[in-house]
Design a protein around this ligand. Structure first.
Ligand SMILES: CC(C)(COP(=O)(O)OP(=O)(O)OC[C@H]1O[C@@H](n2cnc3c(N)ncnc32)[C@H](O)[C@@H]1OP(=O)(O)O)[C@@H](O)C(=O)NCCC(=O)NCCS
Length: 343
């Protein structure tokens, strides 16, 4: 039977805490127990997300928890992320680790924690929330499958001849020095990615579930001109940055070994139209997004907002669709979180 919104509020408002460093082991064990209910082979959370479970109060404090008789029985993580879209930056929050103990289900704990975390993120300046999860579950909290990104498959045949001369090489992403400070600086200026300090990025490169390679295009002087993070197990370019020609040289080198897949948004119009012209397949893809602050989001992505655009919807999934698409009348704002940063 469908639940009415009022049924979901806990009988007595549960006490919400922010985890601290000393909660780390208990929280990791709790999360694993919950997620192994659906997937007995679920990897330990500290291996999937080494960067999200650093043993300090600041990082652990991103997890809002509820206890019963001292034991953690529910958790929702909210991780601040700065999303780079072309030359724009969007302060965002990624939601994950949504979990309730089996013997505490249906008491409104997830609902209370999620509302708390979305309010907290908004207060801290996030304009949009992102998660990977069921649309029907999260639509009560303003999320919808929204966005207007396109995935392209490119191979040597579809790409044709590329006349760019660059020295292209690749190495495992976890090799020491695979991403140098010089390369990292190129990444900050353009692209569709998540911006964080280099030490955190290096930890993210060790997240399990990917086979990551760094592909680099160098100019005659040996300096990197462009580089790409490639998941060779799925042949996906997770992110790339640097000159257009350098990225083409990398794409061409990858295509010598088969298809390469790349999701591109309007954040990089030039690359988007190039891939559209040179793919053997393309199709749309969406993310699960909620708008926390519409004026703030429109300001952050101002170069992409159609002239005179004002959303009709005030909140909820309809607002997400109106700002991100797809759908008639949408602003089709570009926003993309590469799979490496999924939570
Ligand atoms: C999903 C999960 C966290 C729900 O926890 P919970 O504390 O029982 O949730 P609540 O008591 O707040 O809400 C109960 C239900 O009412 C739903 N609900 C919330 N607000 C609602 C509303 N306004 N109208 C209708 N339904 C609503 C919730 O989505 C939930 O349904 P679901 O369990 O199918 O998602 C829990 O089942 C769990 O830990 N699952 C395993 C881990 C998992 O899959 N996590 C999600 C990964 S994306």
């Amino acid at each position: 039977m469908e639940k009415a919104a009022n049924d979901i509020v806990a009988a007595t408002e549960p006490r919400i805490e922010h985890a601290v460093a000393s909660d780390r082991e208990e929280l990791l064990a709790f999360l694993l127990e919950v997620f192994r209910r659906n997937n007995p082979k679920h990897a330990p959370f500290e291996e999937i997300y080494p960067d999200l479970f650093l043993p300090n109060d600041e990082v652990m404090g991103r997890h809002a928890i509820i206890r019963d008789e001292g034991r953690i029985v529910s958790c929702v993580g909210a991780y601040p992320i700065t999303v780079q879209v072309g030359s724009c930056r969007v302060e965002s929050v990624g939601i994950g680790q949504v979990s309730t103990a089996l013997d505490h289900l249906g008491r409104g704990y997830m609902t209370a924690l999620l509302r708390h975390q979305l309010e907290r993120a908004k207060r801290d300046g996030a304009v949009v929330a992102w998660l990977g999860g069921r649309r029907d579950r999260y639509s009560h909290f303003g999320f919808d499958n929204a966005g207007f990104a396109f995935e392209h498959g490119i191979d040597a045949h579809s790409l044709g001849k590329v006349d760019v001369v660059r020295d292209v090489s690749h190495r495992p992403a976890t090799d020491e020095g695979a991403v140098t400070e010089e390369m990292f600086a190129i990444r900050e200026g353009n692209g569709q990615t998540v911006i964080e300090p280099l030490d955190i990025y290096r930890l993210q490169l060790s997240r399990v579930g990917f086979t990551l390679e760094v592909w680099t295009a160098a100019m005659d002087d040996g300096h990197p001109d462009a580089w790409a993070l490639f998941d060779s197990s799925r042949r996906r370019i997770l992110e790339w940055c640097g000159s257009f020609d350098g990225r083409l040289a990398i794409l061409s080198a990858m295509c010598k070994e088969g298809s390469a897949w790349r999701i591109e948004t309007r954040g990089d119009e030039r690359m988007l139209s190039f891939l559209r012209e040179h793919c053997h397949w393309c199709g749309p893809t969406v993310a699960t997004l909620a708008v926390l602050d519409a004026p703030g989001l429109l300001k952050a992505l101002a170069p992409f907002v159609p002239e005179g655009f004002t959303p009709v919807a005030k909140e909820g999934p309809a607002l997400a669709r109106e700002l991100f698409g797809p759908g008639p009348g949408s602003a089709h704002l570009p926003f993309y979180v590469p799979p490496l940063f999924h939570i």
